[in-house]
Design a protein around this ligand. Structure first.
Ligand code: SAH
Ligand code: SF4
Ligand code: F3S
Length: 467
């Protein structure tokens, strides 16, 4: 598995930057300032990829707009995690026939995780002739070349070969926020959880060199970022494929040593590879947020085995209990799937009892969605849909009550929060644990840390006032 990570050469990247210049020239010749719209579905990995796509587009001379109507380029950066996500994309993609009719020079591209599936690419080829180009995540760095071909040759272009997976350093990036920065530390996944499509569409795990990551962190902090979120499907296995001797905890430590007032978050942690060293590093370091997203997926050891998760209920509970013992203020969130093929009523009750034991601040809850090509999609699944819906509703009820109780415990406390925006007349902020707080205050506070006393709580958020 320890295949050496390949990095796209500077020479190859320079060729792409030359395409950017050519596209820029193409529009200047026509005396036009072109516009582009990028729509993002799915997780933070995709958000980060969209920032790179916008960076490349802006390098090509495009201004970025917030709607498809009238845009010269529309990019749909898609998610394949559940069927529902894909249906939304197909629906919205269909609607683009109208925007293109009203603005015939519009060029439409589909990329992201759906573009990593052959069946999707075939369907686009056959049924969505208004889509001009498709590229999967391995080819994102070649977007200027694809766009240039479409513009100058008017030919539909598909860059969808399933590459082994490499890393492109130094792509231009247009970040959504100057306050909060996504920093990808690795790409892909090797875990092959039996329900999950990600390893098939994003390729094998590959880590960026720590020097490249540190430099990016230093740069965003120098530009004013107050929060860095390190991204990877399984950040705890960071470094395993690198020649340098480094693991995720070492990387966290190095980033925390960068001077400045900022917070470090990360996601996602896989319980299989998370351990005491990580929690001790978090506990010892004031710059690392005391927040942990640790998906458990199921409370039943039998189901976890069928999911190929490589931990059982007991190991998970031990991990959580150690993490809480060294970080009593830890805010815990998680992902859970109900209705995995063959999940019995008793096994579902084990999931409920795990939630009641751990008491998460918030939970992302999903009903199992079969993904073509994954092992779970062909497992026998006798549980009717109505029963799965019932389990899902019960799960949400139990969790909502817990979230509300935990949030009520915040009332009266004064917490240091990062003020990150506005919502109607109020300001919004995030606690160190990532909980949303709304409070009245001067807009000039946006972008700074403030001490906020919590005065009210609901299931989803908190309200407060400046302390
Ligand atoms: N790498 C992360 C998960 C990324 S996907 C991890 O392993 O924790 C985010 C979440 O989507 C998963 O944690 C899982 O709960 C859910 N998910 C993934 N595939 C799914 C499927 N086929 N059906 C339902 N939920 C799924
Ligand atoms: Fe999917 Fe499992 Fe990889 Fe997460 S760890 S991305 S759930 S295969
Ligand atoms: Fe979706 Fe791809 Fe993320 S499938 S959840 S966008 S890694």
């Amino acid at each position: 598995m320890n295949t050496k990570t390949s990095v796209i050469s500077q020479q190859e990247l320079d060729i792409q930057l030359e395409y950017c210049d050519k596209i820029s020239y193409y529009w200047r010749q026509r005396d036009c300032v072109p516009s582009a719209y990028v729509e993002t579905y799915g997780c933070q990995q995709n958000e980060a990829d969209s920032e790179r796509i916008r960076g490349l587009l802006s390098q090509c001379g495009y201004i970025i707009t917030d709607r498809a109507e009238g845009a010269d380029v529309v990019v749909m950066n898609t998610c394949a995690i559940r069927e529902h996500a894909e249906q939304r994309v197909f629906g919205n993609l269909g609607a683009l026939t109208h925007t293109k009719r009203r603005h015939p020079r519009q060029k439409i591209f589909l990329c992201g995780c759906m573009a990593g599936q052959e069946a999707v690419v075939d369907r686009i080829k056959k049924s969505f002739p208004h889509v001009d180009g498709v590229f999967n995540t391995h080819h994102l760095w070649q977007f200027p070349e694809i766009l240039h071909r479409v513009l100058t040759l008017g030919k539909r272009t598909f860059f969808v070969e399933d590459e082994a997976g490499s890393i492109a350093e130094g792509l231009p990036q247009l970040r959504d926020s100057s306050l909060k920065a996504w920093v990808s530390i690795m790409y892909g996944c090797n875990n092959f959880c039996t329900y999950c499509i990600v390893p098939y569409v994003r390729g094998r795990e590959r880590s960026r060199k720590s020097d490249d990551i540190l430099k990016e962190c230093q740069d965003v902090i120098a530009q004013g970022a107050k929060e860095i979120t390190l991204l990877g499907q399984n950040v705890n296995s960071y470094g395993k494929d690198l020649e340098e001797n480094i693991d995720f905890s070492d990387l966290l430590q190095k980033i925390a040593e960068i001077p400045g007032d900022f917070l470090i978050r990360f996601m996602t942690s896989h319980p299989r590879d998370a351990g005491k060293k990580l929690f001790d590093t978090m506990a010892a370091n004031p710059k690392i947020a005391k927040q942990l997203h640790l998906p458990f997926q199921s409370g039943s050891s039998r189901v976890l085995k069928a999911m190929n998760r490589h931990y059982d209920r007991e190991k998970y509970l031990e991990l959580v209990s150690y993490a809480k013992s060294v970080m009593p203020e830890l805010v815990l969130t998680s992902d859970v799937i109900v209705g995995f093929p063959g999940e019995t009523e008793d096994e579902f009750e084990e999931t409920i009892s795990l939630i009641e034991k751990v008491r998460y601040d918030a939970l992302f809850t999903f009903i199992f969605s079969p993904r073509g090509g994954t092992p779970a999609a062909s497992m026998i699944d006798p549980t009717p849909k109505e029963e799965k819906n019932r389990r899902f509703d019960r799960l949400c009820q139990v969790q909502n009550a817990i979230s509300e109780e935990i949030h009520k415990e915040y009332i009266g406390k004064a917490l240091r929060c990062l003020v990150d925006g506005t919502d109607a007349d109020l300001l919004t902020a995030r606690t160190e644990g990532g909980r949303l707080v709304r409070f009245p205050g001067n807009r000039e506070l946006v972008g700074s840390f403030a001490l906020i006393r919590i005065t009210g709580a609901t299931t989803w958020s908190l309200t407060g006032e400046l302390a």
